[in-house]
Write a protein that binds this ligand. Structure first.
Ligand code: DC
Length: 235
């Protein structure tokens, strides 16, 4: 059966990356969490003192960086390893400093242009699951399966708070919720590729399901799409 390309979009804390990773594992597909690429540009900007309000400088920076996503080594709970100009920055990408500026960096059209080609290259040929905000709308408009994963801000804030706790970062619920609201606002109102559901994406609510239930539900959608694409390809 020919492998599919799967796009998973949704807001912060909707559970996209956990779902995408589980699906990729089940299907033997490649997995790319595209948010990591935007986070890496944000980290490089902070380190190099590139002003977050200078779109031209941020775009030049994004074009100059060598970003690589590699398998999760060492085995310390990471989903993948991110190399920024050869340095392992996987965990640094998750710090509140990066969190605070990444939406502004991701809103710059030149930064997006620099990163989109990389995402499309990885998905070429199928057999890939990409998670992000604009995968179904911009990066892979022809993906065979598009999922829009959503949950209430409150559920997403609890999830985010738990993820931070696992990294040893304690942040109170009210401020995590405020960050989620602010990020939603920035991600969905920006001009370049705002967060929105593609017309042909299937919306899935991730509020009360366990991870296993969520993966089973989406695997059924994968099987349906595989059957549909197989029959439309056969003579
Ligand atoms: O999914 P995340 O929290 O790691 O994403 C980090 C930021 O990058 C977030 O502000 C949204 C942005 N992003 C984006 O604009 N487009 C994507 N395809 C992925 C992430």
């Amino acid at each position: 059966m020919s492998p599919l390309t799967i796009a998973i979009d949704g807001p912060s804390g909707s559970g996209k990356s956990v779902l995408a990773q589980a699906l990729a594992r089940r299907l033997g597909y490649r997995y790319l969490d595209t948010g990591a690429l935007y986070r890496a540009v944000a980290l490089a900007a902070l380190r190099q003192g590139v002003p977050i309000d200078d779109p031209a400088a941020l775009s030049r920076l994004a074009e100059s960086l060598v970003l690589r996503i590699e398998p999760p080594v060492p085995d310390d709970g990471r989903q993948y390893t991110v190399l920024l100009d050869g340095e392992d920055v996987t965990w640094t990408l998750r710090t509140p400093e990066v969190e605070r500026v990444v939406s502004a960096v991701a809103a710059v059209p030149g930064v997006r242009r620099a990163l989109i080609a990389q995402q499309q290259r990885l998905a070429a040929g199928g057999g890939a699951v990409l998670a992000g905000r604009d995968i179904g709308t911009v990066v892979l408009p022809n993906a065979e399966l598009k999922i829009y994963l959503d949950a209430s801000p409150e559920v997403r804030a609890r999830r985010r708070q738990q993820q931070l706790r696992e990294q040893g970062i304690i942040q109170d619920y009210a401020s995590v919720l405020a960050d989620i609201h602010q990020r939603d606002q920035l991600d969905s109102t920006r001009e370049a590729a705002p967060l929105r559901r593609a017309a042909d994406a299937i919306e899935v609510r991730n509020e009360t399901l366990t991870l296993d239930e969520l993966v089973e539900h989406v695997m059924r959608l994968v099987e349906e799409q595989r059957r549909r694409f197989c029959s439309s390809r056969s003579p």
